[in-house]
Design a protein around this ligand. Structure first.
Ligand code: HEM
Ligand code: HEM
Length: 142
């Protein structure tokens, strides 16, 4: 593979990651609806928590897969050193935060309610970091 002309395969990671970010955004909106209900002591939308806690692991899993895909694409198709870009480093930071969000989410489901705020704030931070990484990713497109 010529790293100067990596072909259409180099767009696979950006396309998959974009879908993943949209999914993360949906999950964040569900989480924020839970937060509103918690703070206002009103009932959350019916089925919202169930949808949030079943879609959440998919979003985090896809994010980790996107990280591996990006690294694979950079090394195999573009012949770059791994984590040589700020896009990759910020994405790694976001992935670590998403991992913590996942762990806290599991604890929340086990009724450790005091962790709700930390889970939510870390989720927001992770998606913000991922968004900045995605912007930087645009400049890496072939
Ligand atoms: C990975 C699997 C996930 C599980 C199992 C999970 C689980 C939960 C649960 C049980 C709550 C309700 C907390 C309460 O009792 O009020 C919650 C709230 C929330 N989640 Fe998740 N979640 C997950 C992923 C995510 C992700 C990926 C995000 C962000 C992108 C996110 C953002 C939020 C937010 C903002 C809240 C509101 C927290 C608050 O009340 O302050 N969650 N989540
Ligand atoms: C889910 C979010 C994302 C994650 C976790 C992620 C992760 C990564 C990682 C780790 C690399 C390797 C670069 C390095 O090691 O420094 C990479 C490469 C790359 N990323 Fe991302 N990225 C994400 C989103 C995006 C988006 C939204 C775009 C474009 C719009 C993008 C475009 C690229 C490009 C062009 C490369 C070079 C490899 C290739 O051409 O396929 N990434 N990404």
């Amino acid at each position: 593979m010529d790293p100067k002309n990596p072909g259409l395969l180099a767009y696979l990671h950006p396309a998959m990651a974009t879908v993943c970010l949209l999914l993360c955004f949906v999950v964040l909106r569900q989480g924020l609806a839970q937060r509103r209900a918690r703070l206002r002591k009103t009932p959350a939308p019916a089925g919202n928590l169930k949808r949030h806690s079943s879609l959440g692991p998919w979003a985090v899993g896809l994010f980790l897969a996107s990280l591996v895909g990006g690294l694979g694409s950079a090394v195999a198709l573009r012949e770059w050193a791994p984590l040589g870009t700020w896009h990759g480093r910020l994405a790694l930071g976001a992935a670590i935060l998403f991992g913590a969000v996942w762990l806290l989410g599991r604890k929340l489901l086990d009724n450790h309610k005091a962790l709700a705020n930390t889970h939510g704030v870390l989720g927001l931070l992770a998606l913000f970091l991922a968004g900045v990484a995605a912007m930087l990713g645009l400049s890496l497109l072939p």
